[in-house]
Design a binder for this molecule. Structure first.
Ligand code: CO
Length: 210
């Protein structure tokens, strides 16, 4: 018996359920993908991108990493953004964090977790930057959840700071970057209302002119 047999059984049932309603679904998708959205989310198993927004295959281009970070020298994330913007011409980039994020929680502690502590390091900067606000909150869970929001807001700016996104805006390509957060406890998304659609919304320090 095949290891993880259940996965293959589930997969056949899933594919059948789609083709029974729309027989050409997969052959149509196989010809090309033209998603309008790039989703940058956390690797957390409880935040499956397509599922929580009810999107079928073909609608979302997805990049996930621990704590949904956009780091300027992470060529994995940058390559995803570049391909999504320049080739697929997505209209929206959504950075979606989630409350109770283990990555954010780990960065707020002094416990060693290994290699991952290096990846999470930049969250400590966000913590320091907002320390007064966070210290004034009543308990640790509330502080972590607020830092989850602040982390998303910071990553929205980081997407805007990339040369890829600024070049797209220079070309007059319509591109909006959004910051959302997901509640693992209630399954609901919240818009943090930090959408940026042009360079003028970035701090002047980060604006790049020709
Ligand atoms: Co997380």
């Amino acid at each position: 018996m095949k290891l993880l047999d259940r996965f293959f059984q589930n997969n056949r049932e899933w594919a059948d359920s789609i083709t029974s309603v729309d027989p050409d679904f997969f052959s149509r998708l196989a010809r090309q993908q033209s998603p309008a959205y790039l989703w940058i989310g956390c690797s957390d198993s409880r935040v499956p991108a397509n599922e929580i927004v009810g999107m079928p295959p073909g609608e979302l281009f997805v990049h996930r990493n621990v704590a949904n970070l956009v780091v300027q020298y992470d060529f994995n994330c940058l390559s995803v953004i570049q391909y999504a913007v320049d080739v697929l011409k997505v209209k929206h980039i959504i950075v979606c964090g989630h409350y109770g994020c283990g990555g954010v929680k780990a960065s707020m502690s002094n416990t060693k977790h290994g290699l991952i502590d290096n990846w999470l390091h930049s969250i400590k900067h966000t913590w320091l930057q907002h320390r007064a606000e966070l210290d004034a909150l009543p308990d640790e869970a509330t502080r972590i959840d607020r830092l989850c929001e602040l982390n998303v807001i910071k990553q929205v700016s980081a997407v805007g700071h990339t040369t890829v996104v600024q070049d797209a805006w220079d070309r007059g390509q319509a591109l909006a970057v959004h910051g959302w957060i997901y509640g693992i406890g209630d399954g609901l998304l919240k818009d943090l209302d930090v959408t940026i659609t042009g360079r003028e919304q970035l701090d002047p320090v980060y604006r790049m002119n020709d």
